[in-house]
Design a binder for this molecule. Structure first.
Ligand SMILES: [Zn+2]
Ligand SMILES: [Zn+2]
Length: 337
């Protein structure tokens, strides 16, 4: 069984998941492991392992399928066991790890799916997160997508993943602290301030729709990194309406198309930063009180066109060779219409 270990020096959680290392295909280069015949997600889509299916959402003659991960980093089992190991902390690997098979069709890229289908995927993310957030053992649920081998995608078949953790990830904890401090000092949401400023400044904007703003962040860590925020204050992604999901899907598809034209179809990571769960401990601690006022969800889209070096790993300071103003200006010229 996997376990979570906390490093008190670096203040970070790590999931030690030996079961996942049993897949030798993980260590093969991309060309050897993309064949549809050996694709486990095709087997799921064909209904070979219906017992592992968590949810389905039909979309036209295709469907979005949620399955339990066969090699989960975390499992739903009993209550998390928490203990000290010398100066360290350890929590048993309780949580959830699901795979969202985004289409039945092997080799069809997420960005090539019709926007109505992408909306169905977004609504599947919403429903799975909402369901897992009801578990009081869980501190955080998020969804992410790895596309392409350089972005750590284990399969060519379009998929995303949902992970629910029994601890609060450090980056989330740091962002919550910053958002809370800003709000209680100024009575304004920090992310609303950021979005409003970017809409005013214009130079880093990629595209704006009625409900959403896509822009390259001021301190972009990666070349052509794009954030998508709701323009109005919204703290909880699971409250997204069907109409809003359709609008987000169209913007996401258009943004991926701009990146494809700019960077010849890059590998990318897409991640959601949404509200933490009201776990038993968060309720007792009251540290999420007012979260609906100070937290604001966003999607983070990172093309994987450069690799990290020693400075990024040692100092956690990224060196980005492309100014976000230049990246945004270039992406604006590549209008998909
Ligand atoms: Zn497949
Ligand atoms: Zn806000």
């Amino acid at each position: 069984m996997s376990e979570l270990r906390f490093d008190p020096v670096g203040r970070s959680w790590v999931i030690i998941a030996p079961e996942r290392g049993e897949r030798p295909s993980d260590f093969l280069p991309a060309p050897d492991r993309d064949a549809a015949e050996s694709c486990p997600l095709c087997l799921f889509a064909a209904g070979d392992e219906p017992s592992t299916v968590v949810a389905r959402r039909a979309q036209g003659d295709d469907e979005v399928l949620v399955v339990a991960n066969r090699f989960p980093a975390l499992r739903i089992e009993h209550h998390p066991r928490r203990r000290a190991v010398g100066p360290y902390d350890q929590v048993s690997g309780v949580g959830a790890h699901e795979v969202i098979v985004e289409t039945r069709h092997h080799g069809l890229a997420f960005s090539a799916l019709p926007s109505e289908h992408i909306a169905a995927i977004i609504l599947t993310w919403r429903d799975r997160i909402a369901d897992l957030m009801r578990d009081r053992r869980v501190h955080y649920v998020t969804v992410f997508k790895n596309s392409g081998w350089q972005a750590a995608a284990p399969h060519e078949h379009a998929h995303s993943q949902v992970i629910a953790t029994p601890v609060r990830p450090t980056r989330l904890a740091d962002e919550l602290a910053a958002a809370r401090e800003h709000f209680f000092a100024k009575e304004r949401c920090l992310s609303c301030d950021v979005v409003n400023y970017e809409l005013e400044a214009r130079e880093r904007i990629v595209e704006v729709t009625e409900r959403y703003a896509a822009f390259c962040p001021y301190a972009s860590r990666h070349p052509f990194e794009v954030l998508i925020y709701p323009r109005q204050h919204e703290h909880d992604f699971t409250r997204i309406s069907d109409a809003s999901a359709r609008e987000l899907a169209r913007l996401l598809k258009r943004t991926l198309e701009r990146l494809r034209r700019a960077l010849s179809g890059p590998a990318f990571n897409l991640g959601l930063h949404t509200t933490p769960s009201l776990s038993t401990i968060a309720r007792a601690h009251h540290d999420l009180d007012g979260m609906d006022l100070f937290w604001h969800w966003r999607l983070e889209l990172i093309p994987r066109i450069n690799s990290y070096g020693g400075f990024e790993i040692t100092a956690d300071v990224h060196i980005n060779p492309v100014a976000p103003e230049e990246a945004a200006a270039h992406l604006r010229t590549l209008d998909p219409e």
